[in-house]
Design a binder for this molecule. Structure first.
Ligand code: PLP
Length: 437
């Protein structure tokens, strides 16, 4: 008899393009049938066939506290009982904006004075770019190869033939003219950034960068990289947009920026984008910055932005509950769990003689089948990616749900207790052996 996941995938492909509502869910790079999830609790997810897995996807980041934390679920249920959506301001939105502004402080710096809530990370970065263009009166953007900022047209751009050359569309459907407003430069390459500014500095509105890249595998930002980007942008009258969608409120209470400032790398981004953890698993994202920048947004300023469901009360309730529960103890627990998994992963692969590296920023880490930590996407792509397919399927068969791509981060939660971590450790030797073959 066919597994229920197979039945659902066959049906899904009839009524949903590729059977999924976001491409990576289709297991395209590892093959096989995606698990259709029926429920999730704590560190575990259960598929449509009733099989339980220790989860290292965590909804691609939001589930910092673990899935379906009872207090978060109760907050959403309470909110739902009062009404699903009003299309009017609510008290919760004010509380959440204040929570974000209060948390994002370090080293005497406070880059977020005002916050605009939106529904997805894509909207947050798209709005951040429009805002930067509105503030500077300029059009061009600098982004990094291998950094992902959601799927708005201008951000789905691929590098052109040279560093000071404007980009080409990175996907069908993006007009060449839109892609040509973006420079795509190699990550970590400050000379390339300087070359773009030397060629077109007076036309560049902003640099956008992942606070720590998590979409070409995890990449540890070179020391001083983000700070230097801020210096280059500011010297040319441009803004720095720091994309903290996966890292914000996950790697540190004040995000990757907070982690860096505490480590002595102090700089001030002009706009920070948030997503994932800020909504605790509900559709919610945000952008924040200093009042002087944020008040270019409508209705105060000339930059239009809106949303029927922006700041909807269920998402806001989940976000407030999550941030209030995300105490230093939570971060310490996730950090310790990350160390445990990294150590077990590295030992298992070393025992099988598999070259690997596990880049880590705070609690966020990833695996690369490479003998050194990659800095650029070009370098990340030279790894033995073929090893990931047997590794992934071995883990899945042992009851561990990994992100189905070597270029994705592994996400832990505060609910990954000793038992969940032991299950991961038990699964690793066989997966390492499969990867070695
Ligand atoms: N920015 C970064 C760095 C991301 O990793 C993502 C999604 O993973 C986004 C933006 C887009 O967020 P969303 O998927 O909520 O649109």
């Amino acid at each position: 008899m066919a597994d229920r996941n197979d039945e659902l995938f066959a049906h899904a492909r009839d009524v949903i393009p590729g059977g999924v509502n976001s491409p990576v869910r289709a297991y395209g790079s590892v093959g096989g049938t995606p698990r259709f999830l029926a429920s999730a609790r704590g560190a575990y997810v259960t598929d449509a066939a009733g099989r339980e897995y220790v989860d290292l996807v965590a909804s691609w980041g939001p589930a910092l506290l673990g899935h379906a934390h009872p207090d978060v679920v109760a907050a959403v249920q309470d909110a739902a009982a009062r009404g699903l959506s009003f299309g009017a301001p609510t008290e919760g939105e004010v509380r959440l904006a204040q929570l974000v502004a209060d948390r994002v402080q370090a080293g005497g710096l406070k880059p977020v004075e005002e916050v605009r809530l939106v529904s997805t990370g894509t909207e947050a970065t798209m709005t951040a770019i429009r805002l930067a263009r509105g503030v500077t009166g300029r059009d061009l953007l600098v982004k990094f190869d291998g950094n992902y900022h959601g799927h708005s047209d201008g951000l789905l751009a691929a590098a052109g033939s040279g560093v000071a050359t404007l980009a080409l569309p990175g996907t069908a459907g993006v007009p060449a003219g839109v892609a040509a407003e973006t420079f795509v430069v190699p990550y970590g390459d400050l000379d390339a950034v300087r070359a773009a500014f030397a060629a077109h500095g007076e036309r560049i509105a902003a640099i956008i960068v992942e606070a720590a890249p998590a979409n070409m595998g995890v990449v540890e930002p070179p020391a001083g990289f983000n700070r230097t980007l801020a210096e280059i942008a500011h010297a040319a009258g441009a803004l720095l947009i720091l994309d903290e969608v996966p890292t914000g409120f996950r790697v540190h209470p004040a995000g990757m920026w907070g982690l860096q400032v505490e480590a002595g790398e102090d700089y001030e981004p002009d706009i920070i984008t948030f997503g994932k953890v800020i909504g605790g698993g509900m559709p919610l994202a945000a952008l924040g910055g200093k009042r002087a920048v944020m008040e270019y947004l409508a209705p105060v300023g000339p930059v239009y932005q809106a949303g029927t469901l922006s700041g909807n009360p269920l998402s806001v309730a989940a976000g407030i509950a999550t941030l209030e529960l995300a105490t230093p103890e939570v971060y310490a627990a996730v950090d310790a769990a990350a160390t445990t998994v990294i150590d077990a992963l590295s030992s298992a692969l070393t025992a099988e003689g598999v070259a690997h590296t596990i880049p880590r920023v705070g609690t966020l880490f990833g695996l690369a089948f490479l003998d050194r930590k990659p800095v650029s996407y070009e370098e990340a792509k030279t790894q033995d990616a073929f090893r990931f397919t047997p590794f992934f399927h071995s883990m899945l068969a042992s009851g561990v749900n990994l992100p189905p791509s070597i270029f994705e981060a592994w996400f832990l939660t505060a609910a990954h207790d000793a038992e969940a971590l032991a299950r991961i450790a038990d699964a690793l030797p066989a997966a390492a052996k499969a990867a070695a073959a």
